[in-house]
Write a protein that binds this ligand. Structure first.
Ligand code: HEC
Ligand code: HEC
Ligand code: HEC
Ligand code: HEC
Length: 433
């Protein structure tokens, strides 16, 4: 039953394209969309597969796309920030500054965008949209006009997902009732506008909570890194962005009578070959200088804090009794993990150091190249635990992580995001000692 209308639809829209396209320019609209940058100012470069995206490359790609299609609409479902590590707030500040240079038409607000407070996001000068906002901090919708086409962007923040619920003064940030949004969507449709809604709910969950009525394009919960295939739910076109800013999605739409009658979907990666935008260099240099200054400040604080003996001893000490194991380790990539950070100019970024040194952010762990130079790289104690007690007992006391399965040991650092190709079967033999 559903096959026939779909086939007919394809045929008709195809014909329509052939017949109409020379004169139908007014009915075409191209949209570039994304969602869930998730705090990725730039790729970490930990692996070739992971090395896509970044704001400097995105700026270049958008310039190229706009040069070819000046009427391009550029929107994001939001989710720009993250709170995974000590440097994420500073990084967030620069992500917002960088995004502000890319001239987005509209950006949805997600809970993670409010992690550092409403003002942190609201004052960044970005075209945020929060349709069920219960305050004045964000616009409820944005009208984007391209020639004859009028597109209205909305975003819905799932009240149930609020991490701020327990926090004082934040609980009244969103309106849980879908009424206002439903009314606004109806009004936009009656005015002949194309309606776009973004949220972190799947299309099915959104249909339950708010309903897809009067929505032409729904941007649903992002997938991990890779974009989903667009599909129809009723008459709504549903797209699913990929996370971490590694790709951009592009929709080339044909619109008739305020409805999407045909779409073409392309996913645009941002590989190495795409040069960084030179106008963002100053922004990037300033960010790295701030990261370094922040780091040095932390070092000072830690030095003062440092009291008593460190539980970490460093690989040289282990070597005295475990020479054979040491020799294998010394020849492994783990031994040069800090040098590799220096090579990419990230030896001062706490977000990177934590997996490339011993015990960073733990009492007595790595905090500085000069004073804790014996704790550089991934060492014995990253996997076996702090070894002082073991050493002082001449091996009688076992190492702290003696009972950890290998999986648990590796998973401290070999997570999907930083080691997408990790497989214990193939990785362990390379470091077995
Ligand atoms: C003074 C000598 C000595 C030093 C230094 C030493 N170990 Fe050991 N280690 C031993 C002895 C002896 C054993 C064997 C214990 C046993 O089998 O009962 C051992 C066993 C181990 C084992 C096997 C599991 C266990 O706990 O029994 C690991 C892992 C280990 N050492 C890691 C380290 C690491 C990491 C360091 C450096 C932080 C280190 N050792 C430094 C003497 C030493
Ligand atoms: C959660 C732990 C973790 C964090 C945080 C981390 N890395 Fe890594 N990094 C790894 C792992 C694991 C590998 C090894 C990946 C592999 O080969 O599978 C790696 C590898 C690397 C390499 C070597 C790549 C190569 O081709 O040899 C570089 C360079 C690197 N990381 C840089 C960074 C930078 C820059 C940051 C901060 C933006 C960072 N890392 C943050 C875990 C981490
Ligand atoms: C990347 C993690 C990792 C690093 C780095 C590492 N080890 Fe291990 N090591 C392990 C694991 C996992 C085992 C357990 C192997 C098993 O169960 O077969 C092990 C086993 C051992 C053993 C016991 C060997 C045996 O035959 O029972 C010793 C001793 C040891 N390591 C010492 C060291 C020393 C010394 C260093 C630093 C020079 C070091 N390890 C670095 C993960 C690591
Ligand atoms: C403290 C963080 C950390 C832990 C724990 C850790 N690794 Fe790593 N691993 C790294 C980093 C960082 C690199 C990249 C080093 C570089 O090349 O700069 C790496 C690289 C490697 C490589 C080299 C990959 C290549 O491209 O050849 C192998 C193999 C490896 N790890 C295996 C393991 C295994 C197996 C475990 C668990 C037993 C483990 N690692 C535990 C951080 C860690």
């Amino acid at each position: 039953m559903p096959r026939i209308p779909f086939f007919l639809f394809l045929l008709l829209s195809g014909l329509w394209l052939v017949v109409m396209s020379p004169v139908a320019a007014n009915d075409a609209l191209s949209i570039v969309y994304s969602g869930n940058l998730d705090g990725e100012l730039e790729p970490c470069g930990c692996s070739a597969e992971g090395n896509l995206g970044g704001i400097k490359r995105r700026a270049t790609l958008l310039q190229q796309l706009r040069a070819r299609t000046p009427a391009l609409v550029v929107i994001s479902a939001g989710g720009l920030l993250s709170t995974d590590g000590p440097g994420d707030r500073l990084k967030g500040e620069y992500i917002l500054k960088g995004m502000a240079q890319l001239n987005y038409d509209a950006i949805g607000v997600q809970w993670r965008d409010l992690a550092y407070g409403v003002d942190f996001a609201a004052q960044a000068g970005l075209p945020w949209v929060l349709s069920n906002s219960a305050q004045q901090s964000f616009a409820r919708d944005r009208l984007i006009i391209r020639g004859e086409q009028r597109l209205r962007f909305f975003s819905w923040l799932d009240p149930a997902a609020s991490p701020l619920k327990a926090m004082q003064g934040q609980h009244d940030l969103v309106d849980a009732s879908p009424k206002t949004l439903q009314v606004a969507l109806g009004r936009a449709k009656r005015a002949g506008e194309l309606t776009v809604v973004a949220s972190t709910l799947t299309a099915a969950a959104f249909a339950q909570q708010v309903g897809l009525e009067n929505i032409d394009l729904y941007i649903e919960k992002a997938a991990y890194e890779v974009y989903g295939e667009p599909h129809r739910e009723g008459r709504t076109l549903v797209v699913q962005p990929g996370s971490r800013g590694m790709r951009l999605g592009r929709l080339d739409l044909q619109i008739m009578g305020g409805k999407i009658v045909h779409w073409q979907h392309t996913v645009l990666p941002m590989p190495d070959s795409l040069p960084d935008a030179p106008e963002l260099q100053a922004w990037y240099d300033e960010y790295n200088a701030r990261v370094k200054a922040d780091y040095l400040k932390r070092v000072e604080a830690r030095k003062k804090q440092q009291a008593g003996q460190s539980p970490f001893v460093g690989e040289e000490v282990c070597k005295t009794c475990h020479e054979k194991q040491h020799q294998v380790w010394f020849g492994s990539q783990h031994a040069i993990a800090y040098e590799d950070l220096e090579d990419v100019g990230k030896a001062f970024d706490p977000a990177c150091i934590r997996c490339h040194t011993v015990g960073f952010d733990q009492p007595g762990g790595f905090f500085d190249m000069n004073i804790t130079g014996h704790l550089l790289g991934v060492q014995c104690e990253n996997c076996h635990g702090a070894g002082r007690a073991h050493v002082e007992s001449a091996g009688t006391k076992p190492v702290p992580n003696k009972d950890w399965p290998k999986e648990k040991v590796c998973a401290q650092c070999h997570v999907q995001k930083h080691s997408p190709g990790f497989n214990l079967e193939t990785y362990w033999p390379k470091i077995a000692h």
